[in-house]
Design a protein around this ligand. Structure first.
Ligand code: BES
Ligand code: MN
Ligand code: ZN
Length: 478
């Protein structure tokens, strides 16, 4: 999917953003009748009005301030989603946005919503040409966006499209090895270093958690290490990103119930897609930060050799884990990656994982469950990025009592807790493998959509990407 945004005034098809009806009279293109029509449409709560000029279109978007800036900004993105739908309906290939409102961000936000909504995954559709969205280019008038904003937006959208596509790819294309190949390509394209451990190397390093999950698989696991080190980094100690790379989750021998519960399990590598494509954006944006990303990858399935409930696994850290449910596989491989991260003496580690149905049940599709040991200032920065990008965060506690649920009778810990507090007990499990400031993001509820919703398309969403990039862009700037 190609999609580009540029600063250049073109003739004809335009979106005008206005925050006051009075500004409409300054638009020479509108006739008196059209003006009256727009005003009556606005009066009945319509926010987008289309004017068919026969040889071209004009769309007027009435910008309104909401209760908070975050809500105002997201209303612009949502209007963008609607506008891209209208552009595609009329088979427009390009459009120019002119911001006549007092909010200097409005045009960029509308364009962001348009671009986010315009994504399609058509690789496996034989009639792809027929159903491809026509809209390919968004232009801004000179005063509607800055060169920097436009460059940034293009990169962020590119990264989101790539992450969504990785999530949408099924297991019969995207094995663990293929995921690593895709990561190598991202590194080549954007300019960051990638090292991939194969099964022999993973065995040599004794990544017991990753190897245990892989036992039932007919395909080998991989462990990908990405590193972006700019000449002038603001941080002395690296920031590490970790992404769960379960390319398919059947549950293993603790098989998921068949009816529908596996339908979206190709998306269990959403964390991996998110951090790998975030690295792509980070390198393209040339952020002044030293960042490393780790992706442990395998599928999780039953098989003759598969690990069984009751097995005791020695993890990379040396800790022993009693496996009481092979479907709690994500924490097994994340634990090894979090352990591996210790060697970098990191300043901050963030992991992204479709870890628990409990997180999804708790907050649904409209927020990420997070928890961690990072200090309050870091948590505040995350919260703010979450609101700015409208990929909001709900913080859960890591109270000691929850840790009691994963005490084992025969090993150091077990891989499942009790019937309640599942998102937190998963976090408590991971906490056993960290010794640095850390944040865990459970994206199980948000990473995959079963229906289009505003600028969120059906399938992989890359939800959390804009929050993460926003956080990194503000990092170290107090
Ligand atoms: N990948 C799943 C979590 C998941 C569920 C993601 C629904 C997206 C949608 C994870 O590996 C899993 O199976 N978790 C179990 C843990 C349980 C066995 C302790 C769960 O949440 O049921
Ligand atoms: Mn599972
Ligand atoms: Zn899983």
């Amino acid at each position: 999917m190609e999609f580009k945004i540029q600063i250049k005034q073109t003739k004809q098809d335009h979106i005008y953003i206005v925050d006051d009806e009075k500004k409409l009279s300054s638009l020479a293109v509108l006739t008196k009748e059209e003006l009256a029509f727009i005003k009556t449409s606005f009066a009945v709560e319509q926010t987008i009005v289309s004017i068919n000029k026969l040889s071209y279109f004009i769309f007027i978007y009435l910008f309104k301030n909401k209760k908070t800036d975050a809500q105002t900004h997201d209303a612009c993105r949502k209007a963008g989603a609607e506008l891209s739908g209208i552009c595609n309906k009329y088979k427009l290939t390009e459009i120019t946005i002119a911001n006549l409102s007092a909010n200097t961000h409005a045009a960029v936000l509308v364009a962001e919503g348009m671009a986010l909504a315009n994504y399609q995954f058509l690789k496996y559709r034989t009639e792809a040409k027929k159903i491809t969205n026509t809209l390919k280019l968004i232009y801004f008038t000179k005063t509607s966006a800055t060169v920097k904003e436009v460059a940034q937006l293009n990169i962020v959208i590119d990264a989101i499209y790539r992450a969504r596509t990785l999530v949408n790819e099924p297991l019969n294309y995207l094995s663990a090895e293929q995921l690593s190949k895709e990561i190598v390509l991202l590194g080549k394209d954007a300019g960051f270093k990638v090292t991939v451990f194969n099964k022999a190397r993973i065995q040599k390093e004794k990544m017991g958690g990753l190897l245990a999950v892989n036992l039932g698989s007919i395909q080998p696991p991989t462990f990908s290490i990405m590193e972006y080190l700019p000449k002038k980094a603001l941080n002395k100690k690296p920031i590490v990103l970790v992404g769960k790379g379960v390319v398919y989750d059947t549950g293993g021998l603790s098989l998921k119930p068949t009816a529908n519960s596996m339908d979206r399990m190709k998306s269990d590598m959403s964390g991996a897609a998110l951090v790998s494509c975030a690295m792509y954006a980070i390198a393209k944006l040339q952020l002044p930060l030293h960042i490393i990303a780790l992706v442990p990858a395998t599928d999780n399935r039953p098989g003759q050799e598969a690990y069984v409930p009751g097995d005791v696994i020695t993890m990379l850290s040396g800790k022993t884990v009693e496996v009481l449910n092979t479907d709690a596989e994500g924490r097994m491989l994340l634990a090894d990656a979090l352990q591996w991260a210790k060697r970098y003496k990191p300043e901050l580690v963030m992991d992204f994982a479709t870890l628990t149905g409990a997180a999804s049940a708790a907050v649904g599709e409209d927020g990420i469950v997070c928890m961690g040991t990072a200090d309050d200032q870091v948590k505040k920065a995350f919260r703010e990025s979450g609101f700015r990008q409208y990929e909001r965060l709900v913080e859960y506690p890591l109270w000691d009592e929850y840790g009691d649920q994963i005490k084992s009778d025969i090993a150091d810990i077990k891989n499942v807790g009790g019937p309640s507090g599942g998102a937190i007990t998963a976090g408590k499990f991971l906490e056993h493998f960290i010794d640095y400031p850390w944040m865990h993001f459970d994206i199980a509820g948000v990473s995959f959509a079963t229906a289009k919703k505003g600028y969120i398309p059906v399938g992989g969403t890359a939800y959390g990407m804009r929050m993460l990039l926003d956080f990194l862009m503000h990092y170290g700037k107090a």
